[in-house]
Design a protein around this ligand. Sequence first.
Ligand SMILES: Cc1ncc(COP(=O)(O)O)c(C=O)c1O
Length: 411
Amino acid sequence: MNYEDFFKDKLNDLKNEGLYRTFREIDRHQNLFPKALEYNKGKNREVEIWCSNDYLNMSQHPEVMQTCIDVISELGTGSGGTRNISGTSSYHVGLEKCLAELHRKESALVFPSAYTANQSTISILCKNIDGIEIFSDELNHASLIEGIRNSKAKYSIFKHNDVEDLDRLLKKSDKDSPKLIICESIYSMEGIRSPLKEIVRLAKEYSALTYLDEVHSVGLYGPEGSGVAAELGISNDIDIINGTLSKAFGQMGGYIAANSQIIDYIRSFAPGFIFTSSINPSVAAASIKSIEISKVAETLRLKIKQNSSLIREGLRSINVPFISNDSHIIPILVDGPLQCKKISKLLLDDFGIYIQPVFYPTVPRGEERLRVTITPKHKKNDIDNFISCIDKAWDILELKRENNKNVHSLA
Ligand SMILES: Cc1ncc(COP(=O)(O)O)c(C=O)c1O
């Protein structure tokens, strides 16, 4: 086999399809956000960020940064190993206690990322429960899909947010088989909520376990930012909640929260937990501080709500198609990966607006988008300027103007 040709051909195929990804170098200086400096060929230039997942800007909160620095001075940078081999500090244990309390669950378990938390938990759970059948929303995140596939368990995919379809599939399944329903509370690429109460109702009816990815909700929704399940008062009906430390909490790492038996089981059996080094103690400490601050950050949460409404109003006023929702994620729809990349490049190069294009496989083909995320640090004049730049870019590229374009995720 000619290995070189193989890799070259595969990359060329990707480029020909318009699906090749490029990165821009953006340094988010802590005193500038949402402005940042783009580093290009030895030069810096100021740009404005419109696609960060540092939703509450906690990564740059002075108290969070100071906590991280203090613990580095105390314990150094690395954790020293896996959790089993010298990688469990008092900060790791403290963080798990803090997460369990946040979600009103008995226990929590921290992983190096929410990706590994999803993948390892689902795969080991479903590999070991004989005859389990999995029911997964068609827009579930890649980490959930990886977990399902790795488990080799039988699975069915229900139409996105379609409770009737889920019911139909559950009805068809073996009534005595163990079951697991997997969904997200707010879908990452469309910002739409799942019909969680109805899903929980079906889970009870068919005696299924429930697994909920709250990665884009924790810190932002529910009492003290404890997520959508808590907002709906149904945390007790969700068996396993998954969240991240890397988005609203602004750090690094992921976790699951559940009853202590499930957590002990995953802790004891999941290779993705056992055989990898733990997060740095400084990160665990900064996460605890960030969660403490986020719990009482009602003003910031309100600001996000107001800012996202302003953006939606602005986009409506210039007739640019976007997916309508009530969250902090505002997906602007652009036809095709090439156009999507073109407008993203134009916005950055000519207007200093940084917003990455999103295309397959992150979203289905034909549903390319600019995924706008709003933070409390964006001001009214930033939003006005953003809308005006989108308007100009739309004109320059002669893109179609229409409201509520019909993508399947809107159904
Ligand atoms: C829905 C969802 N789940 C899980 C993850 C993984 O999170 P992490 O960045 O902590 O690995 C992401 C990442 O963006 C996500 O969107």
